[in-house]
Structure formats: C-alpha cells, structure tokens
Design a protein around this ligand. Structure first.
Ligand code: NAP
Length: 201
C-alpha cells in the first residue's frame, strides 16, 4: 500500500518504519523534512521511505495516518481536503485538550466519502514498537468503516499486533474507553507503560 504517515515521532515513526520494512511504500509528512534528527531516523529505516510536507505525503498516498498532536489534525485536513477525498484515513492522534479526543466526527463532516478509522491511539507507543509479550501478540482494538477494513486489518497485523474490530465509527466510544483503561492502568495504577490488552476467546 502507499501510506502517508503524517508525523514521524513516537507513533508515526514506529508504525511507518514497520510498514516500510513490510514492503509498503511509506511517505512521511512533516513540518521540516530536513531536520537533522529526522533525516537520521529515516535513514535508518529499511524499505521504500520518502519524506516531505504533509501535503506531498497525502497527495502521494492511498492510506493516510494522522500521528501528530491532536490539535494539528484539523488544520492539516482543511489544507488538504481535495487530496483526502475518498481515501482511507486512520486517526491515531489524541487531542487531549480538545472537545473530542478523536477527529472522526471532524473528518466525517468534511470527507463523507472517505473510509475512516480510529486505530493506534489506545496503547503507549512502546507497545507498538514491541507488540510481542513473551510470545503473545497484543491486540489492537479499533473501529471504522467497512469499506477498507481488510486493508486496516493488514496494516495492524504488519505492525505485529492482532486486530480486533469493534464495529463502525459509531463504536468510537469503545476505542476511547480502551485508551482510558490504558492510561488508568499504566499511569494512575502505576503499572507502567509496557502494558497492552488481549481478548480471550
Ligand atoms: N506517544 C504515545 O505513546 C501515543 C500513544 C497513542 C497516541 N498518541 C498520539 O499520537 C500523536 C503523536 O504522538 P507522538 O508520541 O508520536 O508525538 P511526537 O513524538 O511528539 O511526534 C509528533 C510528530 O508530529 C509532527 N508534527 C507536529 N505538528 C505537525 C504538523 N502540524 N504537521 C506535520 N507534522 C507535525 C512532529 O514533527 P516536528 O515537531 O518535528 O515538526 C513529530 O514528527 C499524538 O496525538 C498523541 O496524542 C501517542
């Protein structure tokens, strides 16, 4: 797949590197493509990796993943509406101080034909970097439209996580509940950031 990863930090850099290593074409969209630490980070990745502005990454990709500070998602969306229409969009950002932590409503209003997903937002990034817990794969609970669900399942699997589909975008509250659970256990209950979830069947 051609994937535009907007933001190349802890979340974007981690999942983007894994996708590139699994033969996806990854285009990182950032504010400063020439930043020395970024150039070094991307130079260490294997596979097909490009870096440019968010507009370039979005225009070149079929799947767009938002992994930027939550308050930055809206402005990036508004600046790139023409190139986002009809695409598969994954919102991984958490807008901790916004009216809504996720951007699915914002995206749906502006991009009614896009396939929208809420994924990669529920676990600390360390668990995306290392999703294997002594031989057990962590689950990633996510929601979104039926249209590109198989592609999103594949992308979650390619990070090394087990996808668990919770339903359409109307299930986003369940995904946010997983985030609340993670924060509560990791931080308030002081279990530490290296925790994830598994559905037993
Ligand atoms: N860290 C976690 O464990 C975790 C877990 C789940 C979800 N999240 C969410 O995922 C998002 C990213 O978190 P992170 O930990 O990866 O943050 P981070 O390490 O600070 O990385 C953020 C990235 O976004 C870029 N960026 C910032 N503003 C931008 C803009 N307007 N346009 C393009 N790129 C921009 C930054 O680039 P420059 O600053 O270099 O320009 C950087 O590459 C946040 O919304 C966070 O809440 C984080």
């Amino acid at each position: 797949m051609k994937i535009g990863v907007i933001g190349a930090g802890n979340i974007g850099g981690t999942i983007g590197a894994k996708w590139a290593a699994r033969d996806h074409e990854v285009f990182f969209g950032v504010r400063d493509p020439h930043k020395a630490s970024l150039v070094e980070k991307i130079g260490g990745m294997t596979g097909t990796v490009h870096v440019g502005t968010s507009a370039e990454a979005i225009a070149s990709s079929d799947v767009v993943v938002f992994a930027v500070p939550g308050a930055s998602v809206g402005p990036i969306v508004d600046e790139n509406l023409d190139h986002l229409r009809g695409k598969t969009i994954i919102d991984a950002s958490n807008n901790m101080r916004g009216e809504s932590r996720h951007a699915l409503g914002y995206l749906r209003d502006r991009l009614p034909t896009a396939n929208l997903y809420r994924a990669f937002s529920t676990l600390g990034w360390e668990n995306l970097a290392e999703p294997d817990f002594e031989g057990t794969k962590a689950d990633l609970f996510y929601c979104g439209d039926e249209g590109a669900k198989h592609a999103v399942d594949e992308l979650i699997s390619d990070v090394g996580l087990e996808p668990v589909y919770l339903g359409g975008t109307d299930r986003v509250g369940l995904v946010e509940g997983m985030t609340d659970m993670w924060f509560n256990l990791a931080l308030k209950q002081q279990m530490g950031r290296r925790i994830a979830f598994k559905l037993l069947k």
